[in-house]
Design a binder for this molecule. Structure first.
Ligand code: MLT
Length: 394
């Protein structure tokens, strides 16, 4: 018996697990301290009333013989896929129902999609970025090359013809930097992928935070993207589903590689390895896309936008450089006075009892940076800003 030795190449624990462990150790040693958590991007606003009502009703149906449901379609109930289709249509993007696959979230699908690709593919990953892209490819033993996202390119690397890649990850608005591509910039990536025969894995988990005109919310805004891209999205950040779990992946029918339809391969993978999201949760997800649900969800997003403005205002007043916060729930700041972002993490936890995420956890270019989330409560965010102000004002 042999283990998958690629796992031994990974950091001992996943970034956010390491942070959780450190914070647990600190709070155990200092039970009197009020620690403000702005590390993992976990939402705090409750589910929208329309979602809760839909789930209550669905739970009731599950308790009656006539309306009880067993296994559902692995790729999601048609009622939810239709709602998602409508959501894209409202933004001028036309999808077929069978191009949409409902799942328990973008993280799972971003990792699972790799099942349908050979391990002998080169993967292009921006640095810094959400660590799941790198870790899941390390697990499979794929070759990874990096596209540097730096202050010089506005944390938005553009394609380089000299770099050969088969799989390209794009996360926009970006986790962790908050930088977001315009449709024109994405068109360059689409042209690159088509030329190289590569597939773009586009993570749109933060699309609902885009507020500036001209910035893309879906790669399918770009002509030709259906022939080279898969899009992942999630209700975690849009509608507070981090604990409820529901997302969706769009695999266009037009996406063909090696003579095979990726849509068919993904369907085959999902029907074999996944039994779908629970009926109750899918009914809740459906309610997000109603006019009432959308309006309620926007109210919650407004809270996070205000939080981002509070944090940005604080950093502005302290003269600390940062990006993000406008089209993203993340603030990506320079570590003031520190070059090592884990040391800054310890310092901030110790001195201000504020938890963030060290930039180096997202890649080597993240060293010297730090990520704060706008997902805490309004009170906690204001308090964290005040503590930062006290700690860093000269
Ligand atoms: C993050 O903090 O980067 C995200 O919450 C992680 C995730 O969505 O899995």
């Amino acid at each position: 018996m042999k283990i998958n030795a690629n796992y031994l190449k990974l950091n001992e624990s996943y970034l956010f697990s390491t942070i959780a462990k450190k914070v647990a150790a600190y709070t155990q040693a200092h039970p009197d301290k009020k620690v403000l958590r702005m590390g993992i991007g976990d939402v705090t606003q409750p589910l929208a009333p329309a979602v809760v009502a839909a789930m209550r009703k669905a739970a009731g149906e599950m308790g009656e013989k006539e309306t009880f449901r067993g296994y559902g379609p692995e790729q999601g109930y048609p009622f939810l896929k239709e709602a998602i289709r409508g959501y894209y249509a409202s933004r001028g993007i036309s999808l077929e129902e069978d191009e949409i696959f409902v799942s328990d979230g973008a993280k799972s699908d971003v990792g699972n999609i790799l099942d349908i690709f050979d391990t002998d593919n080169t993967v292009l990953v921006p640095d810094p970025v959400y660590p799941v892209y790198v870790d899941t490819n390390v697990m499979a033993g794929r070759r990874i090359v990096f596209a540097d996202a730096t202050a010089e390119n506005g944390f938005l690397p553009m394609p380089d013809e000299k770099t050969d890649a088969d799989i390209v990850y794009i996360c926009s608005p970006n986790n962790p930097t908050g930088a977001a591509y315009s449709s024109a910039q994405l068109a360059e990536w689409v042209a690159y992928a088509r030329k190289k025969g590569a597939v773009i894995l586009y993570d749109a988990a933060y699309e609902a935070f885009v507020s500036e005109k001209g910035l893309a919310r879906s790669i399918f805004e770009v002509e030709g993207a259906k022939e080279c891209a898969v899009e992942f999205c999630s209700l975690s950040k849009t509608a507070g589903f981090t604990g409820t779990r529901c997302g969706y992946t769009v695999v266009p029918r037009a996406l063909v590689r090696g003579g095979a339809s990726l849509n068919k391969l993904w369907l085959r993978r999902q029907t074999t390895k996944f039994n779908g999201v629970s009926y109750v949760v899918q009914r809740g997800a459906e309610a997000v896309f109603t006019a009432e649900g959308m309006a309620q969800v926007q109210k919650n997003l407004e809270v996070y936008r205000r939080n981002a403005a509070v944090l940005s205002g604080c950093l502005d007043s302290l003269g600390i450089h940062y990006t993000g916060g406008k089209n993203s729930p993340y603030i990506w700041m320079k570590c003031p006075g520190f070059s090592d972002s884990w040391k800054f993490f310890d310092y901030l936890l110790e001195k201000a009892n504020v938890v963030g995420t060290p930039g180096s956890g997202f890649g080597k270019n993240g060293e010297g940076f730090f990520r704060l989330t706008a997902f805490a409560s309004e009170e906690a965010t204001k308090e964290a800003a005040e503590r930062l102000r006290l700690l860093f004002s000269k």
